[in-house]
Design a protein around this ligand. Sequence first.
Ligand SMILES: [Zn+2]
Length: 370
Amino acid sequence: MSAVALTNVRVFDGVKLGDPTTVGVDGGLITAATKHAERVDCHGAALLPGLIDTHVHVTEVAHLRVAARWGVTTMLDMGCWDAGIPGKLKGLPGLPDVRIAGNLANAPGSHFVKHMGFGPSSTVTGPQDATRFVADRVAEGSDYIKIAVEDPKIPGTKALSPETVTAVVEAAHTAGLLTIAHVVSADTLTVAIRAGADIVTHTALTSELDAEFEALLARRQVVIVPTLTMMDGVVRNIGGKLIMRVLGTVIPGMRMRYDHATATVATFRKAGMTVLVGTDSNDNVKTPAQVPYGESIHEELHRLVAAGLSPAEALRGATSAAAGTFGLSDRGVIAPGRRADLLLVGGDPTVDIAATRDIRGVWIGGTRVR
Ligand SMILES: [Zn+2]
């Protein structure tokens, strides 16, 4: 890997693009440009840190290859019935850097067990079982702990009790791991936040968040990964089913609406919470919607801006804020000594977020993606 000097680039500093400058890449890291480096004229294009997708499900190298071409340089897997499947995708040179949750904590008899292949080790029988669950994940190499907080009011749903969710969060924190709670509604958001989850993923869909929820949020620090692209898929594929439309007219709070998802983003933003970019990319036909790898991160950026984030805020949610939340201190900003994970795009994405789709080059750990 020879040294490269990217000349005439406008670097995204987390807020805006700077004046044209030169950025060096050597030994997989960002460096000051050296004289012997091969010079690549970038004609004033915007240089962003490589994008971090904070919610994916990857099972094959092909998923990583596609994502790389779209500028995704880190992929955080948010749950698999076999930690070894995404685990084998870790550390592949020239491909997005993968981190894994492994098994997600779920209730005995849940749909994860019944329909998605999760084994007995993934179920948490009660608060007394939380330490065992986390120890199993540590043994399997999980980088963080994912917890499915389901809503027992939805017919046929088996949910962890709030006490069990709290116990899993505490056991994870004792082990030094972050917790990410899968939530599906205002009630489950409340359970997850009261339990002390560090991150919540997905949004309310069936109701708005009320003043009581806003008061809870004012007392807590929690990061949200809304996965708006997936939420739109859920509303279309599940909310649109006849049974759900009938339930929605009969039972208040059962009607799924995408504008509840965007309102969730607005509520968290207003409370000063960090909003991260995660797509829920997957190609599993057993999930509510299949979200394409790579391309969907640009869709998610667009949707977050439509939901009220500034373009720079949305970009931070896929770069510096994502890295900061997950403790990936070697990436997320363009500075000497950081990983050379880079995305070169035309136009100014801090003005028009669609510019991230105008991809001129991607580097992962200093290797250019071809
Ligand atoms: Zn997911």
